[in-house]
Design a protein around this ligand. Sequence first.
Ligand code: COA
Length: 188
Amino acid sequence: MEEEEEGLSASEGLSASEIEYVSYGGEHHLPLIMNLVDQELSEPYSIFTYRYFVYLWPHLSFLAFHKGKCVGTVVCKMGDHRHTFRGYIAMLVVLNPYRGRGIATELVTRSIKVMMESGCEEVTLEAEVTNKGALALYGRLGFIRAKRLFRYYLNGVDAFRLKLLFPRPEPSYYDDYGVEAQGIIGEM
Ligand SMILES: CC(C)(COP(=O)(O)OP(=O)(O)OC[C@H]1O[C@@H](n2cnc3c(N)ncnc32)[C@H](O)[C@@H]1OP(=O)(O)O)[C@@H](O)C(=O)NCCC(=O)NCCS
């Protein structure tokens, strides 16, 4: 309670430029991530789960700081899945007093940018069907509801699998007809 009040007063009149975003920088960030996620997400995770994500894909996890305090985090991975190279957002949390200021949007956008630059074709995640905030946030970023997963969470709640598809680059004339085009040019 005390901490929440402290957080509330610290976040009053907060401007976006006061938030510092950093990608996962080592073991000292791990307890900060675990603390935030354990507080705010219904699903319990073991330290092995956290380590799996941040050790293998440190460049896909980001933390948001306000005056040295960690106020938000996103944890992700990427890899091959059924012939598709895809990104996956595993955890996203912003401390309650800091919500509604675009911090989650900035965290997720940074991860998605790295996924896109790394060649991912799509990004997926699961969200509780009752989580209006998360569903609105991802909807605004262009995610669609691909599937409903019955009683997906340990608390018995269903999930939506959300998916963001990256547009494929338009094939150029020479990509499709390069051989023919060369042939024609060669004959001329
Ligand atoms: C979901 C969560 C990460 C959003 O963090 P945030 O920093 O407040 O999000 P943003 O400020 O970037 O919100 C961006 C958009 O998301 C939507 N949104 C976010 N929270 C919302 C809420 N409670 N109700 C309705 N829409 C919401 C809005 O469309 C908002 O855009 P707007 O500000 O133009 O209206 C945060 O509420 C949270 O940590 N919740 C608990 C953990 C959780 O549910 N994580 C997601 C698991 S899938």
